[in-house]
Each structure stands twice: as structure tokens, then as C-alpha cells.
Design a protein around this ligand. Structure first.
Ligand code: ATP
Length: 513
């Protein structure tokens, strides 16, 4: 079922110009994708929603656009050269490669799904009188599965924290975890694999010229901390936000745009007084969850998950997970990174990266709380929640509709003259010219009106207007709503105001304050 939905979303994305495999005429490039005409618009609107809510709505946050290439020492200081590894394991029979930690997590998710099912069944049976807490304490199936999860977790978390690769393998063997493709349990050793891509700078190919494609945008912010603080006269607490490409040579890159080798991140690093980081961590956690829920994709589609293993730089970290077709998975991370990064850059560069706090009358290396979201994963949350197949009308006819939040939809309105003749095209063209100053508008006069409506539903256009013969007499058009398919007659003079009410970014941002 879930697999089906993912396949349908991939096919739909391609058919309607959202996402194409990279270099498709050469059979594609693994885990690299291109955004088509509609995808580029949706992506741009997601960026805008993020940027405006983070930078425009927070007067103490400013933007940055740092280069992808950075001095190689940056990645030594950040710990990426030494520790940006994933544990890799191969199946000897199927020759398939996996991340050992992901294999174990997916195995654990099966027990979690069993508990979820048990709870769902009981909720249905007992209705309003159902007591979740009591059920978790007493139901033997839930208790048994929870016990298995707890035992597994204890070993797993310890193995991750100790970087114990042999123990990771042993967990896979002891739990009889099989290769998802072949069912084989014939595993190799677990090895560490560094995820950074490297290349050469300039024409002399000695090792001194090896540079990396950045695996995260954050370091561009850290190395510019002082530049921005000084030139922007920023006072702590303040933040620097950035949207940009990141590159990771992922071991297993499946599941469409969920895990890519080239992707985009939207990150914000918030610099705070040492000791105040947990307060800001809570603030940003709450704000970021609000940002997601404000899109109304369904509040039950989000979960938060505290990290099993904290990264070398963090003292607290939480994932915001979304209910993708493959189950709940991370879409965003909020991390309290202590003063690790700035201290390390201070050490490696020999330059002071401190802040003089006039209220405390002392200098310190600021602490950092970051919010880090994958733009492509965010794109996928929207597609996953928006894709719907609906039966319309009495004769079993179906439609595919993308109920994309209107402010993010690629096109806000489609202008459809009922027929080309009788001067309708000319009237429609006039309306088009007026509306395009305000919104991204599509003009279409080919095919029957029914077919044109379906095409707009399939790309998520919230409104269609039809210009008919009556329009010439009464200066009014038919406005059709995407989600309800309801139609109303509306004066051309009221169009901009009515549509704006629903599709403007301002409306969406208002939900955050
Ligand atoms: P995962 O555990 O899924 O590999 P991560 O914890 O390594 O992710 P972070 O380093 O915290 O991810 O990166 C921040 C965000 O960047 C993630 O929440 C995710 O949305 C996005 N991201 C990370 N790796 C990828 C990828 N390969 N493709 C697309 N988005 C990614």
C-alpha cells in the first residue's frame, strides 16, 4: 500500500513536471533529481515561506549566502573529516549495501508498528472510554513488544555511542535481521564510510589541493559568524539563516527525494549566551513545529523523536518526523550544538571568535542552537500529504488532486476561456494580463473545460476561472475551488481580492504570530 503510494507520487511528479530523474536521457544518475517547471515553483515557494518566517519575522535573524567550496581546514575543525561516517554493511548474497543503523531502526519500527496497530484496534473497540496510558501498562501484546524495543534500544544506543561496529553487526545477527531485498542473513563486517565528496582545486593535483563539497550549510555560517556580527552590529541572541546546496555520498540512496546525494538545506544558527541554550532550544523546537503544523497537512502526521545518539557537537537534539509513505521519518532536526563549532574554528584558525557581552561585561564563545531542514524532504512532505485520488460524480469517474497549501501552490489561478471564439479569448487575455501582476497565473484554452480542470487539479492550482458568453454581458466569471470543486459566480473586479485572501503568503505567515 505505502509502496504503491510512493510509486504513484513518483510517477505523478514526473508526469506533471515536478521532478525528473537527473540526466534521464542517459538513464538517470542515482539519487540525483531535477525539479521541473512546477517543481521549481513549489520549491521556490517553500523557500519563501521558510525565509520570511525565519528572517523577515525575526528582527534578530539575518541571511547569508556562503560558497559551497570552503577551506579544507573547515572540515577538519568541524569533525567531518574524522567523524562524518555512516556504518556500512553488505549482504554477501544479494550484494546489496545498507546502513547498519538503518537496518536496526527499521527492524525496531516493525515492533513500533505492531504497538500502533494494537492501540488503533483498541481505540476503535472501546471508543471514548479508551485510556491510552492504562492500555500501555496492561495490554500483554503491547508490553511484550515494548520490552523487545527497550532491550534492543539498550544495546543499539550503547553500540552507537561506543562506535562499536562489531556490536552493531552482532545486533543484526542476534535479531536475525534479513536483507530486505533477498531475505538473506549472510552479512559482511560493518565498516565506516565517510560521506563527503572531494575534488581538486586548481590544476596541480597534490593532496594539499583536495577540497570538499560541503555536506552541510552550517559551517558557512560559523566561519562568517564574526563578519556578520560585526558588520550587522548584531547583539546576542541573534541568528544567521541560509538556504543552499549540500552534498553527501549516501550509502543507500533510495526513497526518491527523501535521501539524495545532492540536496538543499535551510538552516538557521542561533547564537546565544552560554547557559541559555536550553531555553532557546525549547523556543526553536516549538516554533519549528508550529511552522509545520501551520501548513495544515494534518497534525497527526508529525512526531518528535529525541536522538538515540547525540552527534559529537550536541548536548540536545530532536527530530521532527513526518508520516511519509514509508512511515515516520525525519524532516527536520533541532540541535543544541554548544560552543563546539566556534571553539574548534577558533582553535584551528587561530582567530578569536568571541562576543563581548556588554550586560555581563565579559567575552565568551557563544553557544549555538540550530534548526536544520531539508528543502527536498519538505517538498516530499507536501507531495505525500497533498496527493489524493478521489471519486467524483456518480459514474465512478476519478480525479487526482494535489491539495497543496494554496500559498505554496506553483500556480494560484488558471484562466480558462470556455471557447476560443466569440471574443472570449480576448476577454480572458485581458484578465490574465491584470492578474499576472499579482500571482503566478496560467492561461489555457486547449481541450474541454473538464480536461483543463483535471490538469489544474493535478498540479494543485487552488482556483480556476472560466470566461463564458455571459461574462461579456455581466463582467463576471465562474470561480472554481480546487478542493471542493464548488463553483461560484464572481465579478471580475473582485477577483484579485478574493483570491488573495486564500493564496497570499501573508495569510500563511499570520498563522505564526
Ligand atoms: P538522516 O539521519 O536521515 O541521514 P541526518 O540526521 O544526517 O539525516 P542532518 O545532518 O541533521 O540529517 O541534516 C539536516 C536535514 O537535512 C535533515 O533533517 C534532512 O531533512 C536533510 N537531509 C539530510 N541528508 C539528506 C539527504 N541525503 N537528502 C535529502 N535531505 C537530507
Amino acid at each position: 500500500m505505502a509502496d504503491d503510494l510512493l510509486k504513484k507520487i513518483i510517477a505523478h511528479s514526473k508526469e506533471y513536471g515536478f521532478i525528473f530523474p537527473s540526466s534521464e536521457i542517459y538513464d538517470g544518475l542515482s539519487a540525483v533529481y531535477d525539479y521541473g517547471q512546477n517543481g521549481a515553483e513549489l520549491k521556490k515557494n517553500i523557500k519563501e515561506y521558510w525565509w520570511q518566517s525565519m528572517v523577515q519575522l525575526h528582527s534578530n535573524i539575518v541571511g547569508l549566502d556562503a560558497a559551497i567550496f570552503m577551506h579544507p581546514k573547515v572540515w577538519e575543525a568541524s569533525g567531518h573529516v574524522g567523524a562524518f561516517n555512516d556504518p556500512l554493511i553488505d549482504n554477501k548474497d544479494s550484494k546489496k549495501r545498507y546502513r547498519a543503523d538503518v537496518l536496526i531502526e527499521e527492524f525496531r519500527a516493525k515492533y513500533e508498528a505492531k504497538i500502533d496497530n494494537e492501540v488503533k484496534k483498541a481505540k476503535k473497540k472501546f471508543g471514548d472510554s479508551f485510556d491510552t496510558e492504562q492500555f500501555f501498562k496492561t495490554n500483554p501484546n503491547v508490553l511484550r513488544n515494548q520490552n523487545k524495543i527497550d532491550k534492543l534500544n539498550e544495546r543499539f544506543v550503547k553500540a552507537l555511542n561506543d562506535n562499536d561496529l562489531e556490536e552493531l553487526r552482532q545486533i543484526i545477527i542476534d535479531n536475525e535481521i534479513a536483507c530486505p531485498e533477498s531475505g538473506s542473513k549472510n552479512w559482511t563486517e560493518v565498516r565506516q564510510f565517510n560521506l563527503m565528496f572531494n575534488t581538486k582545486l586548481g590544476s596541480v593535483s597534490d593532496s594539499a589541493n583536495t577540497i570538499y563539497l560541503r555536506p552541510e550549510t552550517a559551517q558557512g555560517i560559523f566561519v562568517n559568524y564574526l563578519n556578520v556580527q560585526k558588520t550587522g552590529r548584531m547583539k546576542i541572541p541573534f541568528g544567521i539563516a541560509q538556504i543552499g546546496k549540500a552534498f553527501r555520498n549516501e550509502i543507500v540512496a533510495r526513497q526518491f527525494i527523501f535521501r539524495m546525494r545532492e540536496f538543499e538545506q535551510m538552516e538557521m544558527q542561533f547564537f546565544v549566551r552560554p547557559g541559555e541554550e536550553m531555553k532557546w532550544y525549547e523556543y526553536w523546537k516549538e516554533f519549528r513545529i508550529k511552522w509545520h503544523k501551520n501548513l495544515e497537512l494534518g497534525n497527526d502526521k508529525y512526531k518528535t523523536h529525541d536522538h538515540d545518539k547525540l552527534a559529537h557537537y550536541a548536548n540536545a537534539a530532536v527530530d521532527i518526523e513526518f508520516d511519509f509513505p514509508m512511515g515516520f521519518k525525519e524532516v527536520e532536526g533541532i540541535h543544541s550544538r554548544t560552543n563546539f563549532d566556534l571553539s574548534r574554528h577558533q582553535e584551528f584558525s587561530g582567530k578569536k571568535l568571541q562576543y563581548f557581552d556588554p550586560e555581563l561585561n565579559e567575552s565568551y564563545v557563544p553557544y549555538v542552537v540550530e534548526t536544520s531542514i531539508g528543502l527536498d524532504r519538505m517538498f516530499m512532505t507536501i507531495l505525500s500529504a497533498a496527493y489524493k485520488e478521489e471519486v467524483v460524480g456518480d459514474n465512478g469517474e476519478t480525479r487526482i488532486v494535489l491539495s497543496i497549501p494554496p500559498a505554496l501552490a506553483p500556480f494560484k489561478i488558471a484562466i480558462l476561456p470556455l471557447v476560443k471564439k466569440d471574443g472570449l479569448s480576448e476577454v480572458a487575455q485581458k484578465i490574465f494580463d491584470k492578474l499576472r501582476l499579482h500571482f503566478n497565473v496560467m492561461y489555457e484554452e486547449k481541450d474541454s473545460i473538464g480536461k483543463r480542470y483535471r490538469r489544474q487539479d493535478a498540479i494543485g492550482t487552488p482556483y480556476c476561472i472560466t470566461i463564458d458568453h455571459q461574462t461579456i454581458e455581466d463582467n463576471a466569471v465562474t470561480l472554481r475551488h480546487r478542493d471542493t470543486m464548488e463553483q461560484e459566480r464572481i465579478s471580475i473586479d473582485d477577483l484579485i481580492k478574493t483570491v488573495e485572501e486564500k493564496v497570499s503568503m501573508v495569510k500563511l505567515l499570520e498563522g505564526l504570530i
